[in-house]
Design a protein around this ligand. Structure first.
Ligand SMILES: [Fe+2]
Ligand SMILES: [Fe+2]
Length: 226
């Protein structure tokens, strides 16, 4: 397939299966085998979540396969790429947690090369690393799919099983709240430095979802699903 043909498929049907397969084959050249398989899983889970929650499944599938587009880059390369692309970066992220940059850099790079995918897809990719307080359904779907995809093998597995069991049981914004909370609890339990914007996001979510947290407090006593 020539580059011209590639582009024509993206222009004709940016969320079609041909474009998905093309981007998948390009991703395969950018990341290792495990990351590639993770991305395929995320795209499948994102598609399922979109169907469950009334979002666009094809768009979710594409955002899922692209979310870790820059994950194969080293911390040094991510810093350089952020600078080259003019990505606005918190100085603390540059010094203490450059790996968080792989969402924002991928979003900007992909937007330049493939503008047909649209700002909602790029935003979902940019936000999958840190979340936000005002997530769109697509943002939330990619964030959640990244955590609950079936081969996820690190973190608090019981917590992940509980999240998986809540799919379809909770509205999407509440599921996102629980997923964000899971991430925060994991970061604290493993003694990680917290990105200040993450704490700010948590505080905003507590203002908007605090009642949900209290309402669903017994969920965390539910047995894990096999
Ligand atoms: Fe990622
Ligand atoms: Fe990921």
């Amino acid at each position: 397939m020539t580059a011209k043909q590639d582009m024509s498929c993206i222009v004709a049907e940016p969320f079609g299966v041909e474009t998905y397969e093309l981007m998948k084959s390009l991703l395969r050249e950018r990341v290792g085998k495990k990351r590639f398989e993770h991305s395929v899983n995320v795209s499948k889970v994102a598609r399922r979540l979109a169907k469950t929650y009334g979002a666009d499944p094809d768009k979710a599938r594409l955002a899922g396969i692209l979310h870790d587009w820059d994950k194969g880059l080293s911390n040094e390369d991510l810093r350089d790429r952020a600078q080259d692309l003019g990505v606005e970066v918190d100085p603390m992220v540059l010094t203490d947690m450059p790996w968080l940059l792989h969402g924002p850099t991928a979003a900007v790079a992909l937007a330049r090369e493939y503008p047909q995918f649209g700002s909602d897809v790029f935003q979902a990719i940019a936000r999958h690393t840190s979340g936000a307080a005002d997530m769109t359904p697509l943002d939330a779907i990619i964030y959640i799919a990244d955590i609950i995809e079936p081969d996820r093998s690190f973190g608090d597995m019981e917590g992940i099983e509980r999240l998986r069991a809540l799919v379809g049981e909770l509205p999407l914004d509440e599921l996102y709240f629980q997923a964000f909370k899971y991430t925060l609890e994991f970061l604290i339990s493993t003694d990680r430095v917290l990105y200040p914007a993450t704490i700010e996001t948590w505080n905003i979510l507590m203002r908007t979802h605090g009642h949900i947290a209290k309402h669903h407090i017994n969920i965390w006593d539910m047995p894990a699903v096999d």
